[in-house]
Each structure stands twice: as structure tokens, then as C-alpha cells.
Write a protein that binds this ligand. Structure first.
Ligand SMILES: Nc1ncnc2c1ncn2[C@@H]1O[C@H](COP(=O)(O)OP(=O)(O)O)[C@@H](O)[C@H]1O
Ligand SMILES: [Mg+2]
Length: 340
């Protein structure tokens, strides 16, 4: 368990101080895949750099195994850092070294013997699916293969935590999926806690167990992924979640809908199997609203079925109010969605 308590970071700058983190608190459970999400500039990278102590926080605590990392001496810090692996968006490989040489690098720094290094590299190559690439140079690898080297290198010293800062943002969708699958397998097989920084909601949806949402340097929401998908509380989380579904609706249709003054868009969502047809029938019968289904899907949040309907409700204020009452009475999660 990593406990982040009231963490703050201020960067002094000539044009005025930049407060990149402002009183951030949440817990990262042991063995979780913890997503940290937010728009660009929200403070995500600053937060991971504080977690691995590349950056000294201005205030607050990071408690790991009962010890506050911010109070460690330089020497204690060096050994604490070995327990934290990190991978990056642009891989940060040494171009003049082979795959095996890159993976060996942290082991050399840690002072392991040549025999031990060879044995450890031989264990790591198959773990990331690069058995046949030991002698290749980074310039001979695809993006996905480079990130696999990054992962092997980050795991070399058997860390307790793996930090991933936008680790798939430079990859195409198919390669992204394969890297996410690898991370999930490593989480399960090694019991490693993984922290994933991303601005992409689908990354969170595919593999995270928990998520913290950063906005304007603050943590505005943190919960299990299921909770955040079903009932996002902060404005920014609502936009992220509905963005996934709205992305599938043509711009023109949204514009046309906006011109209906007596209508609103609502997202109705449910976890687990739940039939949408009886719900829509009941909705019409109980409130007399006109209902158009704009988008419907049954998706997965990790392995849980996650149903989503985007509905246009048309009717008088009174009818739409009854419609909301009906939906809430069905124990469904209901949220108004804006058109833009
Ligand atoms: N080394 C730095 N010096 C000054 N300002 C910084 C530094 N690093 C980040 N910032 C500022 O802190 C804020 C948060 O940045 P960052 O943590 O990189 O956000 P994110 O990773 O969410 O995009 C931004 O306003 C950024 O300009
Ligand atoms: Mg960043």
C-alpha cells in the first residue's frame, strides 16, 4: 500500500510559482493496477516523479510500508528507488546497447556479477516476449518491442511497484493492447502494483482496478474503476466517461439534437447483465417522454459487463422529470450529458 497524503509540489518560476500538485491524497492498494488520469498539465507526471522521488515534494507525505519516503536520507533513497521501476512514453533506451545490454544496465549499476546479470536477463527476455531479440539494437525494433525492453529493464531489480507514464501514448491501438495485456499479466503473475498515468480513458477501462482523477493539480475523484464508470462525480470524469460513447455519434446528429429545445441527452449505465428493452418500455409508459436510442453498447470494464445507453428524452419538463424518477427507481446510473 502506498499512502499519498496531502502532497504538494510548487515549481518556482520567474513568471510566478507553478503549483503542480495541491493537497493530493489517495491510497494505492498493494497489487492494484492504479490509473491516474487527467488532462494535459493536470500534474500527472509531477505526481509520478514525486512517487519515485526524482522530484522532492514541497509538502505532504508518501508512505510506503509505514515509512515516509520524503524523510529518507540520500542513501536510503537510493535503495528505496530500486524497489520502484518506471517506463516512459518514449522508452528512453540506450541506442548504443543491445536489448540484452539495455536490460542489464540497472543490474550493472546495482553492482551485480556478470554471471548473475546474464541469468537475470535470460529470465526477463521471455517474460516480455523478446527471447529472439537479445542481440538487436533499439533502432531495429518496433515501438511495441522497444516498450517491452523498457518493461524488462524496469523489472530487472524486482521492484514492488511499476510506474508507467503515458507508456502507450506513442503506440498504435493494436500495439497498445498488447502492451496493456503484458502489463496485466505481469500484475497477476508477479503480484506487482502498477501505476498507470494516462490521458486515455480506454487504457483505464481496459486494465485498471482503481483510478484517481487529477484536475488543476488536485485529486478530484478516486475510486474503483467500476464506480467511476458507473457514476463519475467530478465534471472532468463525467466528460472522460461520456466522451468514450459520444465519440461514436456523428457531429451533425449532435448539432441537430441541440436544436431541440424540449430535449436532453442522458447516459444510462449499468454493471452486469440487465435488459434494456423492458427499461425503455417502462420509461415511456411511466413518463410519456419520447425516447430515441442514440447509442447502445455492452462493453467491458475489465471483466465486468458494462452496459451503456445514450438516450434522447423529449417532452415537457414535467415528463422529463418523471422519466428521471423512473430511471433512478430502477437502480440505474443516470447522468445528463451536454451536447458539446
Ligand atoms: N520542471 C518544471 N518546472 C516548472 N513547471 C513545471 C515543471 N514540470 C511541470 N511543470 C508545470 O506543472 C504543471 C503540471 O505538469 P505535469 O505534471 O507535467 O502535467 P501532466 O503530466 O498532467 O501533463 C504544468 O503547468 C507544467 O507546466
Ligand atoms: Mg505528463
Amino acid at each position: 500500500m502506498i499512502q499519498i497524503r496531502n502532497l504538494s509540489k510548487v515549481y518556482p518560476a520567474r513568471s510566478g510559482d507553478v503549483r503542480a500538485l495541491d493537497g493530493v491524497s489517495f491510497d494505492i492498494p498493494q497489487g492494484s493496477v492504479y490509473g491516474i488520469m487527467g488532462l494535459s498539465g493536470a500534474g500527472k507526471s509531477t505526481l509520478v516523479r514525486c512517487l519515485n522521488l526524482l522530484e522532492r515534494p514541497t509538502g505532504g507525505e508518501i508512505i510506503v510500508g509505514g515509512h515516509d519516503l520524503t524523510r529518507l536520507s540520500e542513501k536510503q533513497l537510493r535503495s528505496a528507488r530500486q524497489k520502484i521501476g518506471m517506463i516512459f512514453q518514449h522508452f528512453n533506451l540506450l541506442q548504443s546497447r543491445t536489448v540484452a545490454g539495455n536490460i542489464a544496465f540497472p543490474l550493472e549499476i546495482a553492482g551485480m556479477t556478470a554471471d548473475d546479470i546474464r541469468a537475470r536477463v535470460a529470465e526477463l527476455l521471455p517474460l516480455v516476449g523478446l527471447e529472439d531479440k537479445a542481440g538487436a539494437y533499439p533502432s531495429e525494433l518496433s515501438g511495441g518491442q522497444k516498450q517491452r525492453v523498457g518493461i524488462a529493464r524496469a523489472l530487472a531489480l524486482k521492484p514492488d511497484v511499476l510506474l508507467c507514464d503515458e507508456a502507450t501514448s506513442a503506440l498504435d491501438p493494436k500495439t497498445t493492447r498488447s502492451i496493456l495485456t503484458l502489463l496485466r499479466d505481469i500484475n497477476r503473475s508477479l503480484g506487482l502494483t502498477i501505476v498507470i498515468i494516462t490521458h486515455e480513458m480506454h487504457v483505464i477501462k481496459d486494465i485498471c482496478t482503481h483510478v484517481a482523477v487529477l484536475h488543476d493539480s488536485k485529486c478530484v475523484e478516486n475510486a474503483t474503476v467500476e464506480e467511476v464508470f458507473l457514476s463519475p462525480k467530478s465534471q472532468v470524469a463525467k466528460e472522460f466517461v461520456s466522451g468514450i460513447f459520444k465519440a461514436d455519434i456523428p457531429e451533425e446528429l449532435l448539432r441537430e439534437l441541440e436544436s431541440h429545445s424540449d430535449s436532453e441527452l442522458v447516459r444510462v449505465s449499468f454493471l452486469g447483465g440487465s435488459a434494456s428493452e423492458p427499461m425503455i418500455n417502462g420509461l415511456i409508459r411511466s413518463s410519456d417522454v419520447q425516447v430515441s436510442i442514440l447509442f447502445g453498447s455492452v462493453d467491458h470494464v475489465r471483466s465486468t459487463l458494462f452496459g451503456n445507453l445514450l438516450l434522447e428524452l423529449r417532452g415537457t419538463d414535467e415528463q422529463r422529470k418523471r422519466a428521471h424518477e423512473y430511471l433512478l427507481g430502477q437502480n440505474l446510473s443516470v447522468e445528463r450529458v451536454s451536447y458539446e
